[in-house]
Design a protein around this ligand. Structure first.
Ligand code: SF4
Length: 363
C-alpha cells in the first residue's frame, strides 16, 4: 500500500498587523533612538542638506567611518550653496579615503543643480529628488521621509534584514528585494514616516544584527515569524557566493632627491575617476609581472618591494607590485604626470589603495 509522507509544516508566517508594528516600533524609537550628528533632535526640524549629505556618505559605508567626514564637510561647506561653489577638486580631496568616489562627483553636481534649479532648497517629492545627480530610489525615499516627513518606503540593508526575519522570506537575495520592499510598504505608517524609517534602520543596526539578533529586547518579537521559529539569524537568505575575480598590476613610486614624488590624476570617469595616483600599469586578470618595468614612467633603478598592496573593490580584488626608485632633482615629470612634495601628499585626493602604496614606500 502506498503511504504518503508529509513535509514538516513550516510555521505560518502571517503578516504582522501594520498599525501594531508601526506603533510598537515608534514607541521603542522614542526611547532608544541613536544620537547621530546628522539626525534632528525630537523638537527640531530636520535639515534636508544634512539628511542628503549623510545619506550619500552612508551608501556602502559605516556610520563610524562617515562621522568624521560628515563633520568636516559640514564645517567647511555649511549649506548646499557653499558646497556648489566649491571647486570639485576640493571636494574630491575632502572625500579621499571614504571610497566610491563617483559619489563625491555626484555630490558636487547635485549641489550645483539644487542651487541653480531650486534656489538652494531641496525639493521635497521623491520624484523630483530622483532626478537629481547621485540620488537613486533609496536616497530619494530617505530624504523625502526623513527631511520632509512624507510617506515614502525606505529600504536599506538593515531594513531588508528586519523585514526578511519578520516574514521569514525564503527567497534568496537579491531576488527577494521586490518582496521585501512590498512588505516594508505594508507596515510603513502615514504619520511619522521619517521616524519610522529611522526606527527600522536603528532596529537593524542595533538589536536585529546580522549574526546574533537580540530578540528578547526587540519591540517586534511578538510579531516576528523568525523569532517564533527560532531561526531568525538565518535570514535574509543568501544565494551561493561567487568568487570575486582577481586582478593584478604594478605601481611605481618615484622619489626625487628633493623629496618630491611623481603622481598623476586618473581620468574623470570610471573607477577612482579624478583621484590622484602613483603611475602604474593597467590592472588586469592576466597581468605580465615579468615585463612590468616596460610600463615604468621613467628609466631608473627600480626596486621591487617585498610587500604587495592588497585591496578589495566591489567587483574585484587587486594585488599590486610596488616598485621604488630615486632620481636626480633635475628629473622632469613625463607628460600627464607631476611632482608633488611628499609632505603635501596628504592634501592630494589619494584613494585608500594609493595610501597603501604610500605606506609600503615609507617602510
Ligand atoms: Fe529581528 Fe529578533 Fe526583532 Fe525579529 S524579534 S525583528 S529577528 S530582533
Amino acid at each position: 500500500m502506498l503511504t504518503r509522507t508529509r513535509k514538516a509544516a513550516k510555521p505560518k508566517d502571517k503578516a504582522p498587523p501594520p498599525e501594531t508594528c508601526a506603533s510598537l516600533l515608534l514607541a521603542w524609537y522614542d526611547r532608544h533612538r541613536r544620537a547621530l550628528p546628522w539626525r534632528a533632535l525630537p523638537a527640531q526640524t530636520p535639515d534636508p542638506y544634512a539628511v542628503w549629505l549623510s545619506e550619500i556618505m552612508l551608501q556602502q559605508t559605516t556610520v563610524t567611518a562617515v562621522k568624521p567626514y560628515y563633520e568636516a564637510f559640514l564645517a567647511k561647506w555649511p549649506d548646499v550653496r557653499a558646497l556648489a561653489a566649491a571647486p570639485v577638486e576640493d571636494i574630491m580631496r575632502a572625500w579621499a579615503g571614504l571610497g566610491y568616489y563617483s559619489r563625491a562627483r555626484n555630490l558636487h553636481a547635485c549641489a550645483k543643480a539644487v542651487s541653480a534649479e531650486y534656489g538652494g532648497i531641496f525639493p521635497s517629492s521623491e520624484e523630483a529628488l530622483r532626478k537629481l545627480p547621485g540620488i537613486g530610489p533609496y536616497t530619494a525615499a530617505a530624504i523625502a521621509a526623513i527631511a520632509f516627513g512624507q510617506r515614502a518606503v525606505v529600504v536599506d540593508g538593515n531594513v531588508e534584514r528586519v523585514v526578511a526575519r519578520l516574514w521569514r522570506i525564503d527567497t534568496p537575495m537579491p531576488a527577494a528585494k521586490t518582496q521585501m520592499r512590498a512588505r516594508a510598504a505594508d507596515i510603513t505608517p502615514q504619520q511619522r514616516a521619517g521616524d519610522f524609517a529611522q526606527a527600522m534602520m536603528d532596529l537593524g543596526a542595533t538589536l536585529c544584527s546580522p549574526k546574533n539578533p537580540a530578540c528578547s529586547l526587540c519591540p517586534l518579537n511578538a510579531l516576528c515569524a523568525g523569532f517564533k521559529a527560532g531561526d531568525a539569524a538565518t535570514y535574509p537568505r543568501r544565494a551561493a557566493k561567487t568568487e570575486r575575480p582577481q586582478r593584478s598590476g604594478a605601481v611605481f613610486y618615484l622619489r626625487r632627491a628633493d623629496g618630491h614624488v611623481l603622481v598623476r590624476t586618473r581620468p574623470p570617469r570610471g573607477l577612482l575617476g579624478g583621484m590622484t595616483e602613483f603611475p602604474g600599469t593597467a590592472w588586469s586578470a592576466d597581468f605580465d609581472h615579468q615585463h612590468a618595468l616596460n610600463h615604468a614612467p621613467v628609466k631608473a633603478m627600480w626596486k621591487k618591494q617585498m610587500r604587495q598592496v592588497e585591496h578589495v573593490f566591489t567587483h574585484f580584488a587587486l594585488k599590486l607590485d610596488v616598485y621604488l626608485a630615486q632620481v636626480k632633482e633635475s628629473t622632469k615629470a613625463p607628460e600627464g604626470a607631476r611632482f608633488v612634495h611628499e609632505s603635501a601628499l596628504d592634501d592630494e585626493a589619494l584613494p585608500s589603495v594609493m595610501r597603501k602604496v604610500q605606506e609600503i614606500a615609507a617602510l
